[in-house]
Design a protein around this ligand. Structure first.
Ligand code: TXA
Ligand code: MG
Length: 344
């Protein structure tokens, strides 16, 4: 298949027409690039799973660009949901509602709920409005790989497999939206993201974390967000997180690098602007500055992919604070490392 590349984000008529015909279009969003299809067209949605190689029980988020687009998709909007919508939409927040019968089962992975997001990025909202369609969109990467935060990575994974890619700039947040279940008494975070626990607590008073977060799933444990059970965000290199007091962490990583290099391994280190100069390895990249964790979120997935470009076998990474956006950063890093920590 020939993939059409659109670089004028102001002229989305052609991309909108592709969507109306049941095709697939990758678009920038403020979190990560998304792979969009008409959410109400079953065949189109099935092609998303095919293009990504995604397990079919992992449901998709439906993207809207006007509050009036929500009502036909859901049967109930709780007071919790209303508060959150007023505060954080449009933006990097996805809410889980009871689904109406209009939403195809391929979108919900067979669940009776549907996840909906009203993004703020002008390109995807323009695409939704021009096509007049709610758009089902997972991240625009091959399933299992780190999500794409720029055009080149979408092209690398999906060129030749989808109808169209819209070439925008780098994603602002760099980690996917916060997914929140609003169907219960208390709002529950199913996936941490750009709208942080602290922001939600401030808006609602009380928020819960899904008990399946923060550890490797146990035999038989079922997370509420099915996506959380799959290996995710993983480069080909084996990622290992080293945590503890910073001086000791640096010393330990340098020691591990030497040991692995002696065994013939190519070894990378994921550092920060502040620690970059302390490491010696085959490739050392900074993921951002510790003074502003938003820079780390924004570059995390791209830097993880750069170790594959450099053909590293192992990557040692610093662990980061879990406050604010740090919770989303560590959630993605833990998963890319398969929860492999070394404590010093
Ligand atoms: O920022 C984002 O959310 C990006 C951009 C493109 O909008 N999209 C994204 O989609 O990250 P995806 O498919 O990579 O992740 C969707 C997550 C998965 O963990 C999935 O299991 C969960 O949302 N999810 C979807 N529908 C759900 C539902 N009905 N109940 C619980 N979790 C759901
Ligand atoms: Mg994804």
């Amino acid at each position: 298949m020939e993939t059409i590349i659109i670089s004028d984000t102001n002229d989305l008529q052609q991309a909108a027409e592709i969507l109306r015909q049941g095709g697939l279009v990758a678009s920038p969003t403020e979190t990560v690039y998304g792979l969009c299809a008409n959410a109400l067209n079953e065949d189109a949605v099935k092609n998303i799973y095919k293009a990504k190689g995604r397990p079919s029980d992992n449901p998709l988020i439906v993207h809207i660009a006007d509050l009036s687009m929500l009502q036909p998709l859901v049967t109930e909007v709780s007071p919790i949901a209303k508060t959150l919508m007023e505060r954080f939409w449009p933006g990097p927040m996805t809410l889980v509602f009871k689904a109406s019968s209009l939403v195809p089962k391929v979108v919900t992975g067979g669940l009776d709920t549907v996840a909906v997001r009203f993004p703020s990025d002008p390109t995807i909202t323009n695409l939704i409005r021009t096509s007049g369609l709610p758009l089902a969109a997972p991240s625009a990467n091959t399933s299992g790989k780190p999500s794409p935060t720029n055009f080149s990575r979408v092209y690398e994974d999906l060129n030749g497999k989808i109808d169209c890619i819209i070439q925008g700039g780098d994603s602002q947040f760099g980690v996917e939206s916060t997914v929140i279940d609003t169907t219960g008494e208390i709002a529950t975070i199913l996936r941490p993201g750009g709208i942080t626990f602290e922001m939600l607590e401030e808006a609602l008073g009380k928020v819960m974390m899904d008990p399946a977060l923060g550890h490797k799933l146990k035999e038989g444990e079922v997370p509420k967000a099915p996506g959380m059970k799959y290996t995710h965000y993983a480069p080909n290199a084996k990622v290992i997180l080293v945590r503890g007091e910073q001086d000791k962490v640096i010393e330990k990583i340098n020691e591990l690098v030497k040991t692995q290099q002696a065994l013939g391994q190519k070894v990378g280190v994921m550092a920060t602007d502040e620690t970059l100069s302390y490491f010696k390895a085959d490739t050392v990249y900074s993921v951002g500055t510790e003074n502003d964790p938003r820079t780390i979120a924004a570059q995390l997935f791209e830097v993880l992919r750069k170790y594959d470009d450099a053909k590293m076998d192992i990557v040692y990474s610093l662990a980061f604070k879990t406050t604010g956006i740090g919770q989303a950063i560590m959630n993605r890093l833990e998963k890319s490392a398969g929860y492999h920590f070394i404590d010093v």
